[in-house]
Design a protein around this ligand. Structure first.
Ligand code: FAD
Length: 403
C-alpha cells in the first residue's frame, strides 16, 4: 500500500511526518533525506553550535525513538533522484523505487556560491548543514583572520560568534548597508554600529572581486582593489531553493516550487513545503518564498491537514529571529509599503521595538531584546491593529492595552 513519501529530512519534513500522526493519518510515512543526520535544527549552526564543541546529535529536532514510536520510517544518507509522476513512484540514488500516494517535496535549499575563481578552495566555507560546520569548526581557531562575504543574518551571526571566539573578522557586504534585504535603514545602522563596536571590520558597498592564494585563499580582493588577508572565508550570500527534482518532473517552478495556499504543486498528488516552496499566502493574497523555521513548521501543518482530508489555508504572518552577541532580534510581518515607522524604546539602550504602519495599521515590527513586547507586536500584526501612534511610541503606555 503506497503511503506518504516526504523528500527531505529537514525542519519541514520532520514536522510534517509527526503532524500527520497527530492529525490522525494511519497510513505509511517514509521520510527520505540525503544528509547523514536525522532531521536537525539549522539556526544554531551560525550561532552557538559554531564556536562550541556540541555534538551534532544535540541539534536533533526529535529523537530517533519518537519516529519509531510513531511508525515513521526515516531513511537518511540517501537522496531522491527522480519522480515518475505517472507511476506515482520516486527513484532513489541507490536504485530503489518507492511508490507514493502523496509525495511531499521538503528539499530546502543550498548555499549560493560565489561565482568567482577560488570559491571552491578548502578554506572557503558555506553554512547550510552540520557537515559544513564540522569542516568550518576545524578552521575556526582564535587568532585567525576570517573574511565573511555577505552581511545578511548568517554572515552577521557568524561574525559575532567569530569575534567573540577571538578571531579577527572582516565582513564584506556589496550593498550599502548590512541586512539589506530585511531590515529598515535604521535597524541596519544599529547592527552596523554594534558590530563595529565589537571589533568587526565591516566594509560596505563593495563586492568581492577575486580570491588569491595557491592552495587556500590567502587574500580577498575587493571591487575597489583593496586587499584583505585571510586564513579562512565564510560565504553567506543567501540560498538557492532545491527545485531540480521538481523541475525535471515538469512541475511549475519560479524561484521555488510553485504551490497554492494548501501546499499543492501543479500536480495535486505532489505537495511542497518549507524553504523550497514558492507558496501562496491567503492573508496577503500573493505568492512568496520564505526561509524560516516558523514558515517550515506552519506549511508542514497545512500539508498534514490536506493529506488528512481537512484542507487548511496557509495564511500565517511571517516571523523570524536572529541572535547576535547578547541581542535577540525578532521580526514579524511584511514591512513593504509602510508609510510610517514608530520607535518604542531607545536604540541606544539596545532594547526597543520598531513598528511599521501602513494607513495606521501595524503591518510589521522588529524587536531587539524585547521578547514580551514582541509577542504582543505579533498579535497586533496578525490582528491588523490600529493603535494610537503616540501611545505606541511611549514605553510608559502598556503595549497590552493597545492590542
Ligand atoms: P531544510 O531544513 O534545509 O531541509 C531540507 C532537507 O532536504 C535537507 O536535509 C536537504 O539535504 C534535503 N534534500 C534536498 N534535496 C533532496 C533530495 N533530492 N533527496 C533527499 N533529500 C534532499 N530560521 C529561523 O527562523 N531563524 C533562524 O535564526 C535561522 N537561522 C539559520 C541559520 C542557518 C545557518 C541556516 C542555514 C538557516 C537558518 N534558518 C533560520 C532557516 C531555517 O533553518 C530554514 O528555514 C529551515 O531549515 C527550512 O526547513 P526545510 O525543511 O524547508 O529545509
Amino acid at each position: 500500500e503506497p503511503g506518504v513519501v516526504i523528500v527531505g529530512a529537514g525542519q519541514a519534513g520532520s514536522e510534517l511526518a509527526t503532524s500527520l500522526r497527530t492529525q490522525g493519518h494511519a497510513g505509511g510515512i517514509v521520510v527520505v533525506g540525503d544528509e547523514r543526520w536525522l532531521p536537525y535544527r539549522r539556526p544554531p549552526l551560525s550561532k552557538t553550535f559554531l564556536a562550541g564543541d556540541a555534538a551534532p546529535e544535540s541539534l536533533e529536532i526529535k529523537p530517533a525513538a519518537l519516529y519509531a514510536k510513531l511508525d515513521i520510517e526515516v531513511q537518511t544518507g540517501v537522496g531522491v533522484e527522480t519522480i515518475d509522476r505517472e507511476a506515482r513512484s520516486v527513484r532513489l540514488y541507490d536504485g530503489r523505487a518507492l511508490p507514493y500516494s502523496t509525495l511531499v517535496l521538503a528539499t530546502g535549499g543550498h548555499a549560493r556560491r560565489l561565482a568567482i575563481a577560488g570559491a571552491d578552495r578548502p578554506n572557503v566555507h558555506g553554512i547550510r548543514g552540520i557537515d559544513d560546520v564540522l569542516r568550518l569548526r576545524a578552521d575556526f581557531v582564535p587568532g585567525r583572520r576570517l573574511v565573511v562575504v555577505g552581511g545578511g543574518y548568517i554572515g552577521l551571526e557568524t561574525a559575532a560568534v567569530a569575534v567573540q571566539h577571538g578571531l579577527s573578522v572582516t565582513v564584506v557586504e556589496a550593498a550599502p548597508r548590512v541586512l539589506p534585504r530585511v531590515a529598515s535603514p535604521a535597524l541596519s545602522q544599529f547592527y552596523l554600529d554594534l558590530h563595529r563596536e565589537r571589533g568587526v571590520d565591516v566594509r560596505l558597498g563593495l563586492g568581492v572581486h577575486a580570491f588569491e592564494g595557491a592552495e587556500r585563499v590567502e587574500t580577498v580582493v575587493l571591487a575597489d582593489g583593496s586587499r584583505i588577508d585571510a586564513d579562512l572565508v565564510v560565504v553567506g550570500i543567501g540560498i538557492v531553493p532545491n527545485t531540480e527534482l521538481a523541475e525535471t518532473a515538469g512541475l511549475e517552478v519560479a524561484d521555488g516550487i510553485v504551490v497554492d495556499s494548501a501546499t499543492r504543486t501543479s500536480d495535486p498528488a505532489i505537495l511542497a513545503i518549507g524553504d523550497c516552496s514558492h507558496h501562496h499566502n491567503a492573508r496577503y493574497d500573493r505568492r512568496m518564498r520564505l526561509e524560516s523555521v516558523p514558515n517550515a513548521m506552519e506549511q508542514a501543518r497545512v500539508a498534514a491537514a490536506l493529506i488528512c482530508g481537512k484542507p487548511a489555508e496557509y495564511r500565517a504572518v511571517p516571523w523570524f529571529w536572529s541572535d547576535q552577541y547578547e541581542l535577540k532580534l525578532q521580526m514579524v510581518g511584511l514591512a513593504e509599503g509602510h508609510d510610517r515607522i514608530v520607535l518604542r524604546g531607545d536604540m541606544g539602550e539596545r532594547a526597543f521595538v520598531q513598528f511599521h504602519l501602513r494607513d495606521g495599521v501595524v503591518v510589521a515590527a522588529d524587536a531587539v531584546n524585547r521578547p514580551q513586547e514582541f509577542a504582543l507586536a505579533r498579535r497586533m500584526v496578525t490582528e491588523g491593529a490600529r493603535p494610537d501612534p503616540q501611545k505606541l511610541g511611549d514605553p510608559a503606555m502598556a503595549l497590552k492595552d493597545l492590542v
